[in-house]
Design a protein around this ligand. Structure first.
Ligand SMILES: NC(=O)c1ccc[n+]([C@@H]2O[C@H](COP(=O)([O-])OP(=O)(O)OC[C@H]3O[C@@H](n4cnc5c(N)ncnc54)[C@H](O)[C@@H]3O)[C@@H](O)[C@H]2O)c1
Length: 264
């Protein structure tokens, strides 16, 4: 069986570096090129890459003889990729976040017109995707929900996008919001956290050493149910990325979300 030839777009970034390691380790995939705005043709050794592969700062130079491009750059670079790669019959796995409706529409158009596959997933951590699924099927059976999320001290936003998605999933099959009792005396401001649209109280912690931690506690009379996921490092995204790489070559058109590939 021939291996899937993979080019990594955003190869010098934190996620790109993990993808290089994962693709080199997997017996079904083969790293055939790396692209980053800070690379050139004669970049020489690439960090974390034990083999020498063609490198460039232009994806257009590495489109030939490539089965799948894995992108972890930003939404703008991903958009450019979507406009050119399917025309060269190359499949795409996109992890860059901030993908707008316009970009999704272009991805749909290009993948269908060129009969190629595009996977776009805002979260490749299988456990986090499963957590959203479990939150969705559990939410309607409980009346209260608290969500605690913890990330590294450099995270720009709070709560995390994943926390918002979990809270939305928890409320998806409910007719009413969760109850979110207010304290009569709030001795420290905001100690009850922020409240999501579905009524989940969200508490955000920030400190060094954390990657991405989410704990959802549902409550009802005399019982609680806790669902917890902890991303210890960026390797946590790689089983999902490899699953998408293997699926995308067989699935023409646009697939949004790892949950579709997992059949959830
Ligand atoms: N889907 C997921 O599960 C998931 C997980 C983590 C991060 N992300 C997203 O992945 C993206 C990258 O994250 P990161 O932490 O690796 O960021 P990073 O800043 O460490 O890496 C981005 C890399 O992309 C390169 N780059 C930027 N523009 C480029 C262009 N036009 N052409 C070629 N290379 C370009 C940069 O030089 C850099 O090396 C972000 O959008 C982030 O939110 C997604």
């Amino acid at each position: 069986m021939s291996k899937i030839r993979v080019v990594v777009h955003g190869a010098l970034g934190k996620m790109g570096q993990e993808v290089i390691k994962a693709v080199n380790k997997d017996i079904e995939t083969e790293l055939t090129g790396v692209v980053d705005q800070h690379l050139s043709k004669d970049s020489g050794e690439i960090p974390n890459c034990p083999i020498t592969v063609p490198s460039s700062n232009q994806i257009s130079e590495l489109l030939l003889n490539t089965d799948v491009i894995v992108d972890f750059t930003n939404s703008e670079a991903a958009y450019n990729l979507i406009k050119i790669a399917p025309k060269a019959k190359t499949h795409l796995v996109i992890g860059s976040t901030g993908i707008t409706d316009e970009i999704y529409q272009e991805a749909q158009k290009q993948s269908e017109a060129n009969n190629t596959g595009i996977v776009i997933a805002p979260n490749f951590a299988m456990g986090a995707v499963l957590m959203m699924h479990l939150a969705k099927i559990s939410g309607k059976w409980f009346e209260y929900a608290d969500l605690i999320e913890m990330h590294h001290e450099g995270k720009i936003d709070s709560p995390s996008g994943t926390a918002i998605a979990i809270a939305e999933a928890a409320g998806k099959e409910r007719k009413t919001k969760f109850q979110s009792p207010e304290s009569q005396k709030e001795l420290i401001k905001n100690s009850r956290g922020g409240v999501s649209k579905s009524g989940v109280s969200i508490h955000s912690g920030r400190m060094p050493g954390r990657v991405a931690f989410h704990e959802l506690v549902f409550g009802h009379l005399g019982q609680t149910l806790t669902i917890k996921h902890d991303s210890i490092n960026r390797e946590s995204f790689m089983p999902g990325v490899l699953m998408a790489v293997k699926s995308v070559t067989k699935t023409p058109g646009l697939t949004v979300g790892l949950e579709k590939i997992m059949g959830l």
